[in-house]
Every structure is written in structure tokens, then in C-alpha cells.
Design a protein around this ligand. Structure first.
Ligand SMILES: NC(=O)c1ccc[n+]([C@@H]2O[C@H](COP(=O)([O-])OP(=O)(O)OC[C@H]3O[C@@H](n4cnc5c(N)ncnc54)[C@H](O)[C@@H]3O)[C@@H](O)[C@H]2O)c1
Length: 277
């Protein structure tokens, strides 16, 4: 095992990503922090270094495969490997399903889903070649396990992250790779996610007409959350140590999960018992 344990965190300039970087610093790891916002990233780097951890900061747009490739190269050339990877960067758009624009879909799926896909495709072969134990945490959401009206594109991206992570875990297990996987599924916590538009690419400007109407609901949910971004990061690190796959920090997510499963199984039983008999 290399002397320095190394964590890479995307979306580390703010919110949950910043707290993940600090949690890794407290674990005694060196931390590579990546984000599209360079000023916010520099601030996270200062905080990580103040916590006593060596830190490399790199601008990276996770929706760009070449950017993610450069992030892996920088991590390997500085420390010779990566032990923990957090594919965390994410953005949200709201609005009714039929109002989602092509730009909304391209942007949200590009960051939330393709960001995770690029992270896995870039880092996993390198981790496997290194042959040491490693762990990948993909940030999904409670919106990746259940659904909520007014967020079809976001929910679709986060359900895709859960499915991609489940398949990744199966594939790694099948080849006997010592790489664990977790999927982080918080409900609302206070971060800057409600201001995601600040990072929207200029070439994808068209916002759905009902987006703003749902913003207030999200802000109220964030303000009411008893769980902080720091709690979420702590839960993720604890799950890595426990080798737990699903990380669901909010207790109330259980009710949404039960409701969705019951609805699916209810229709399943109705079809198979009443209709087919
Ligand atoms: N805050 C919540 O309530 C909540 C709930 C469930 C899941 N999440 C998920 O947590 C993750 C982190 O979000 P957050 O709540 O901390 O929001 P945040 O806006 O505070 O932080 C997200 C970070 O990602 C960065 N980012 C945006 N686009 C990027 C890109 N293309 N490439 C690289 N970095 C990019 C932003 O600059 C920002 O620093 C996201 O995946 C989000 O979907 C958040």
C-alpha cells in the first residue's frame, strides 16, 4: 500500500463536495479537489490545507471526458494513485416534465450522469492496474431512488446514477477487483444546488418555463433539513469503511422508498393475480 492515501472529489468547490474533501482530510488523506468554479475551488484547497492535508486543486468540467482524463493524470503524476474517488459534481433544473428543454436535458445529463460515467471509465482501469483496494462513491440523491413531481430531468439523471453504480458494483465483483462502490442518496440539504444556473454553459441557455415556480419548494426543504452537508459527507466516509453500497442519510427517505416499492409491487400483484387468473 502506498504511504499516502489519496482521495479525489469532483464538485469540491461547494456544499457536499467541499465537506467530502474536508472529511477525507480528517481521515489523514491527501486530497485532489476538482470543480468548474476556480475561485470556490481555491477556497476549498485552503480549507483542506488548513486541516493539515496536502491538496491539489484542478479545474475540471466533469461533463468533458478530456478534462476528467487530465484530472486522473494529475492525480497519478502527483501521488501515483487514487484510493477513494467521489464522483460528486452535480446540477439541478426543475420544472414539469413536458417543459424540459433540450438544453436542460443536455446540461443535467451531461454533468450528473456523464460526469459519473467519465469518472468511472477514466479512473477504474487505472485503479485496477494498480491492484490495490480502492473505493468509488457516486453522488446520486433521494431523487435517484424515489421520484418527485417538478424534477423529471434531475430525477432521471439521478436514477441513472443509481443504476450505473449498481451495475458497476456487479461488474467489479464479477472480475474480483478489490474496488468497493457506494451510491450517496441524500434528500435536501442546505448547499448552493438551488443556484446551479450559475454554472450553466452559455451554449445551453434555454431554461424550461416552469423552472422558477419549483425553486421555492426546494429552498424551503433545504432550510428545513436537520441534516447538513457535513453530516452527509460523514455518512459517506462511514459507508466506505463499512463497505455499504446505499448511503441514505435522511430517515424520511424510507417512507418515499416504501411508497414507490409498494406501488410497483401493487401493480405487479394486480396484473399477475387478478388479470392473469
Ligand atoms: N443539496 C442537496 O439537497 C442535494 C440532495 C441530493 C443530492 N445532491 C447532489 O449532491 C451533489 C453536490 O451538490 P451540492 O448540493 O453540494 O451543490 P453545490 O452547488 O453546492 O455544489 C456542486 C458543485 O459542483 C460544481 N459543478 C457544477 N457543474 C460542474 C461541472 N460541470 N464540472 C465540475 N464541477 C461542477 C459546482 O461548481 C459546485 O461547486 C450533486 O450531485 C447534487 O445533485 C444534493
Amino acid at each position: 500500500m502506498s504511504a499516502t492515501q489519496v482521495a479525489v472529489v469532483t464538485g469540491a468547490g461547494s456544499g457536499i463536495g467541499r465537506e467530502l474533501a474536508l472529511a477525507c482530510a480528517r481521515e489523514g488523506m491527501a486530497v485532489v479537489v476538482a470543480d468548474i468554479e476556480e475561485e470556490a475551488l481555491a477556497c476549498t484547497q485552503e480549507l483542506v490545507e488548513a486541516a493539515g492535508a496536502p491538496c491539489l486543486a484542478q479545474r475540471c468540467d466533469v461533463s468533458s471526458a478530456p478534462d476528467v482524463e487530465r484530472l486522473a493524470e494529475a492525480s497519478w503524476s502527483r501521488w501515483g494513485g487514487v484510493d477513494w474517488l467521489f464522483n460528486n459534481a452535480g446540477v439541478a433544473v426543475l420544472g414539469t416534465a413536458w417543459d424540459a428543454t433540450d438544453d436542460d436535458c443536455q446540461w443535467v445529463l451531461g454533468v450528473n450522469l456523464m460526469g459519473v460515467v467519465h469518472g468511472v471509465r477514466t479512473f477504474v482501469p487505472r485503479m485496477r492496474a494498480r491492484g490495490l483496494a480502492a473505493h468509488i462513491v457516486n453522488t446520486s440523491s433521494a431523487a435517484g431512488l424515489a421520484t418527485i413531481g417538478g424534477s423529471a430531468v434531475y430525477c432521471a439523471s439521478k436514477h441513472a446514477v443509481v443504476a450505473f453504480s449498481e451495475c458497476l458494483a456487479k461488474d467489479l465483483e464479477q472480475v474480483g477487483a478489490p474496488i468497493g462502490v457506494s451510491v450517496l442518496c441524500p434528500s435536501l440539504v442546505a448547499t448552493l444546488i438551488d443556484q446551479s444556473q450559475r454554472n450553466r454553459p452559455a451554449e445551453l441557455p434555454e431554461v424550461g418555463p416552469t423552472a422558477a415556480a419549483y425553486g421555492e419548494r426546494v429552498r424551503a426543504g433545504m432550510a428545513a433539513s436537520a441534516i447538513s452537508a457535513e453530516d452527509v459527507a460523514r455518512a459517506a466516509v462511514e459507508a466506505i469503511h463499512a463497505r455499504r453500497f446505499y448511503v441514505i442519510p435522511h430517515a424520511h427517505t424510507g417512507a418515499s422508498l416504501r411508497e414507490r416499492s409498494q406501488r410497483i409491487m401493487g401493480d405487479f400483484h394486480h396484473f399477475h393475480q387478478e388479470i392473469l387468473q
